[in-house]
Structure formats: C-alpha cells, structure tokens
Design a binder for this molecule. Structure first.
Ligand SMILES: N[C@@H](CCC(=O)N[C@@H](CS)C(=O)NCC(=O)O)C(=O)O
Length: 202
C-alpha cells in the first residue's frame, strides 16, 4: 500500500495550507492535532525545535517543519502548484511567498498570540503595530492581484494568502478597502480543495 503524507497541525490554523495543497493534488493524508502541552514536549520538538505546527511527515519518513519549507517541498513534488521554473511568474510567486512568510504571517502571530511578545499592558499597541506592518503588503497584493497572485491560476501562494487573510481580526475592514482581495477570498473559498478541507473541519 502507498504510504501517505502525515500532517501535524492545528484546526483552522497553519496546517490548512498543507491540507489545501495535498487535497488539490488528490493526495490522501493523515492529520493529527497535538494539544499545546504536547507541542512543548521534547518528543514534539524533534519535529520542530520551535514547538510550532505545521509539520509534514513525507511518505519516505522525512519530516519538514516551517510553512515555507513545506510549501516549497510540495510544489517541487507537484509542479502544478507553482508557475514553471525559469518563468517571470515563478519569481513573482516566490516574492509573494516570502512576503507572506516574513511579514503577514508573523504579524498575525503577534495579534493572535500577543502574550509571547509583550506584557498585557502593551497588547493593544503590539496589535496595532502588527496591523500597520501588514498594511503595505496587503496594499501591494491588492494592486497586483489579477485575479490570483500570478494570474488566472491559483498556485501555492494563493492557498497561503487565503489561509492567512482568514485569520484577520477585522476581516470586514481588511476587505472593505480592498475589493480585489475580497473577490479573491470568495473565489478561493469555492476552490474544490479549499471547500473539501473546510467541510472536513466542521
Ligand atoms: N514560522 C512558522 C510559524 C508557525 C506558527 O506560528 N504556527 C502556529 C499555528 S498557526 C503555532 O504553532 N502556534 C503555537 C504557538 O505559537 O505556541 C511557520 O511558518 O510554519
């Protein structure tokens, strides 16, 4: 029997993109959702020394942590998940991936897990500054969406953007000012892989 991918994740959180990509490629996978306590244990830290999800365990037993690394692994394994190597769109795709991974994702972590970054008295300021940091990235995305990040076809970075924008604490405000992003969110929600994964989370 063909070995399956295994995903270690968190419901509705950072493992969604891994599920979206595997589902889009028609790959069955097993998924587990460790409790916060377990993620602090030494056994889990062998998968990710930072104690975070997602983690991907490949059919050959290799484990990969960090969303960007997992995403790159999957679009190397399944080339349909990214524009062709050597194309301008490939560079553009990497540019968005980097922006999502280094600006938009960490700024959501600061908003949702503010206790890691500051005492209670500074929570509001940390959250406001995180939104301010994200704004130029979201504005750039709004200017350049057409209708997906790299044109007519959604790729891995589109699944990533969709997952992240779902976490916005003021999603109505984010989308009200950005009609192309609002249309993108509707289009991605109806993507068959997204629909299948989200239906299974209920
Ligand atoms: N840089 C990591 C960040 C992963 C991350 O922050 N994951 C969250 C879930 S969305 C997590 O594990 N949170 C638990 C915690 O921060 O304690 C990545 O890109 O994979």
């Amino acid at each position: 029997m063909e070995k399956r991918y295994q995903v270690i994740g968190m419901r509705g959180a950072g493992s969604l993109i891994v599920e979206f990509m595997l589902t889009a490629m028609g790959k069955d996978y097993d998924i587990s959702f460790p409790e916060a306590d377990e993620m602090r244990q030494a056994a889990f830290r062998t998968f990710n020394p930072l104690g975070k999800v997602p983690v991907l365990i490949c059919p050959d037993g290799q484990t990969i942590c960090e969303t960007l690394a997992i995403t790159a692994h999957l679009f190397e394994a399944f080339p349909q998940l990214a524009p062709p190597v050597g194309s301008a769109a490939r560079n553009r795709h990497w540019q968005y991936l980097a922006m999502l991974a280094t600006c938009i994702y960490p700024a959501y972590h600061r908003q949702h897990r503010t206790e890691y970054y500051a005492p209670d008295s500074a929570f509001d300021a940390v959250r406001v500054l995180a939104v301010v940091e994200q704004a130029p990235a979201y504005d750039f995305i709004e200017e350049t969406l057409c209708p997906f990040l790299c044109g007519a076809t959604p790729f891995a970075a589109d699944f990533y953007l969709y997952m992240l924008a779902r976490w916005d604490l003021d999603r109505d405000g984010l989308l009200a000012k950005r009609p192309k992003l609002a249309a993108f969110m509707v289009a991605m929600r109806t993507h068959p892989a997204v629909d299948q994964v989200l239906a299974a989370q209920r």
